[in-house]
Design a binder for this molecule. Structure first.
Ligand code: AMP
Ligand code: MG
Length: 414
């Protein structure tokens, strides 16, 4: 397989579609029962069901007085207070029935007693012992969530395939699940290539650089619910690369970094091809990340998808987000997730060249209703510091070369 020339390059959208199509055909990892907090970031392998009605009783959403709306149509008026119901009230207290002309003092989260159909906020009342002056009328249902309004017992509260984040942890806790079934973290082999690389535990020689990509990739893998296995750095040597590649193919997914450009020592594609790799694409019309490679290798009865990511650290990070993420999501059992784009006004003009879709490291911030975005200063796609200052990418379509300050641009959150 030789390097593809620019005219044959796939567009970003075409390449992404290819990835999504292959991702959809992958088999997810096995489910396992996991402690609720350890499940954070992983993918639900079961539906979370309501074990009772939510809320289980008509719930007051304000501190005040449980009333019959019909009694307070004309205000001001007086009601007779029978007592107080606080959150967690005993069943006997909450079953005081409220008759005509009566009320019960009630606290947020407490069960609204029979007979009452609304809660008057305490601010609109004046209490003199058991005589409550009502200064405002309320509609039936006001400040009350009926029993079962959020979910009925047995309803699906969170669907399988959802990635567990803090709100789902709350749901699982609310339905009494200290353990939930999630998919195991897919194993992702990470293989950095390059003669210039040294491991981070060793002092680099004057012309050497530390292998940072294996670590940024492992971090991205972990954030995406995978488990990275960092392989030793492969020299730019076909035999050594082949040996380590075969090791990496034991994983659910293999990520290589470096060695996919058109240079003389860029051996990744050649060595993959010698192992019988099928390539789905070799290069995409994007920047950074143009040489990115996607394919699969079938060896010894198992097929392993792989990505050859360009070695420039920013390229490695962007191409992970753009292309690796859907494959990892699928292996982790997640429903396909879209890339999260938003729009924001440029804080300063921007000039690029046409021909490639660009994902330029940028900083999105702004006050309240005025989000603004600007490029971070960078020295090109090798600039790690730029990546660490950025929180998004400005997406420049291939036909645009200039944007003015104030123009609204598309932003990919990172
Ligand atoms: P390559 O894609 O192999 O042509 O590498 C492109 C650039 O990225 C070169 O400047 C490499 O030194 C750098 N690079 C490649 N691999 C890594 C790595 N694992 N960690 C940090 N930088 C790397
Ligand atoms: Mg290299």
């Amino acid at each position: 397989m030789t390097a593809t020339s620019t005219n044959e390059l796939l567009s970003f959208a075409e390449a992404r579609q290819i990835v999504e199509r292959h991702a959809a055909a992958l088999t997810p990892t096995e489910p396992e029962l996991t402690g609720l907090l350890d499940a954070l970031g992983l993918v639900l392998a079961e539906d979370l069901l309501a074990d009772r009605d939510f809320p289980p009783f008509p719930r007051a959403t304000r501190d005040g007085y449980a009333v019959r709306a019909a009694d307070v149509k004309l205000v001001p008026t007086q009601l007779h207070c029978l007592g107080t119901i606080k959150a967690g009230a005993m069943v006997e207290e909450s079953s005081i029935p409220v008759g005509p002309g009566e009320t019960v003092e009630i606290m947020t989260g407490a069960p609204v007693p029979a007979g009452a159909d609304a809660v008057l906020m305490v601010e609109y009342s004046e209490a003199a012992d058991a005589n409550i002056k009502v200064k405002r009328s309320v509609e039936a249902g006001e400040n009350v969530v009926p029993a079962g309004a959020e979910a009925r017992r047995g309803n699906v509260m969170v669907q399988r395939g959802t990635r567990v984040q803090h709100a789902m942890v709350a749901v699982a806790a609310a339905v009494g699940r200290p353990e939930i079934a999630v998919r195991r973290r897919p194993k992702v082999a990470v293989l950095a290539t390059g003669d210039e690389l040294v491991d981070i535990n060793l002092p680099p020689g004057p012309n050497e650089i530390r292998n940072s990509n294996s670590y940024s990739l492992a971090a991205q893998v972990y954030e995406a619910g995978g488990d990275a296995v960092i392989l030793p750095v492969a020299r730019d040597d076909a035999a050594e690369l082949a040996l380590l590649l075969r090791k990496g193919l034991d994983a659910n997914l293999l990520l290589l970094s470096g060695g996919v450009s058109a240079g003389k020592y860029d051996l990744v594609e050649e060595v993959l091809a010698s192992l019988g790799a099928k390539f789905f694409f070799t290069g995409v019309a994007i920047q950074p990340g143009k040489p990115v490679v996607f394919g699969e290798v079938a060896l010894e009865g198992r097929t392993t998808p792989f990505f050859g990511l360009p070695g420039n650290p920013v390229s490695t990070m962007v191409t992970f987000q753009l292309f690796v993420r859907p494959v990892l999501d699928a292996l982790a059992g997640a429903k396909p997730e879209r890339l999260l784009f938003t729009q924001a006004a440029l804080k300063a003009p921007l000039t690029t060249k046409t021909g490639l879709t660009r994902f330029l490291p940028a900083k999105l911030d702004g006050v309240h209703d005025k989000p603004g975005v600007e490029l971070v200063r960078w020295q090109g796609s090798g600039d790690l510091m730029a990546a660490s200052r950025a929180n998004c990418y400005i997406v420049v379509p291939p036909d645009r070369e200039r944007f003015e300050a104030g123009e609204v641009v598309t932003v990919l959150l990172s």
